[in-house]
Design a protein around this ligand. Structure first.
Ligand code: ZN
Length: 257
């Protein structure tokens, strides 16, 4: 009963308005702001960068109040739904560490044969180490999403090489990592091996590096991908506003020729 009442209150408070969450397809009056807990934990540990100066983050209108999708997931959904509409063929797709809501939404596309994947979680379709995807044949997938994964792994270049290997020629990977505009050089140090030190230097206790934008895009190019960095001008501005996608968003679409 309490759950029903709290859901009703949530609907009355958030449902309707001019925004839409394109992950759960609900009209949304306003989105939740970016987690103050995450920011406070990092700032208290001495992390010097401002989350308001982070690429592809709608700080004020971040998570859907109903499905909790983030603005970057709404960006992926906008790109993919347009892509599926424009090129309606069958796709084999792999998605690393997805949210439940995003997985459910992608599974609704009949064109897509979708697998969620993670190395640690048990609620996914496949268990794989991104740096060593034994058992996945080269040239298997048409589309892969690798969002906020490479800052967690010890060897991101190996991960990128594996992504390139498992992709079909003509396929693409959406590769995203947290990028703060004020970070000039990638920071990583195996000696920062405690929660406190990782929070201080990388902004989150399970991150093992903080990428600079330049290093991030260089690494993708070095892995032989053709990189398209799509800013919001690439999309229909009406959609960008409707789905509360941040003006600072850049979508990295990395293709294998
Ligand atoms: Zn939603």
């Amino acid at each position: 009963m309490q759950g029903i009442i709290s859901n009703l209150i949530k609907y009355l408070r958030f449902f309707g308005g001019s925004h839409v969450c394109n992950v759960c397809n609900r009209r949304v009056r306003s989105f939740f702001p970016f987690s103050s807990d995450l920011q406070q934990a990092a700032t208290s540990a001495g992390f010097p960068y401002d989350f308001r100066r982070m690429e592809t983050l709608n700080f004020d209108d971040c998570n859907c109040p109903f499905c909790l999708s983030s603005d970057r997931e709404r960006l992926y959904m906008l790109y993919l739904s347009n892509f599926f509409k424009n090129y309606p063929i069958q796709y084999l797709m792999l998605d690393f560490a997805p949210s439940k809501a995003f997985s459910q939404a992608i599974r609704k596309f009949e064109l897509v044969s979708y697998s969620s994947v993670d190395y640690y979680r048990s609620d996914v379709d496949l268990k794989l180490d991104i740096c060593n995807m034994i058992g996945v044949q080269s040239g298997t997938y048409d589309i892969v999403i690798c969002s906020h994964i490479l800052e967690h792994v010890t060897d991101p270049d190996k991960g990128l090489a594996e992504l390139y290997r498992i992709l079909k020629p003509g396929g693409f990977v959406i590769v995203m990592v947290p990028l703060f505009w004020d970070v000039d050089q990638t920071m990583e140090n195996p000696a920062y091996d405690s929660d406190e030190l990782r929070l201080k230097y990388f902004g989150q206790k399970d991150h093992v590096r903080l990428f600079s934008k330049q290093d991030f895009t260089n690494r993708i190019s070095n892995a032989k991908f053709d990189v398209k960095a799509l800013d919001i001008s690439w999309f229909d501005l009406k959609d960008v506003r409707k789905y509360a996608i941040a003006d600072n968003s850049i979508l990295y679409v990395c293709s294998k020729s």
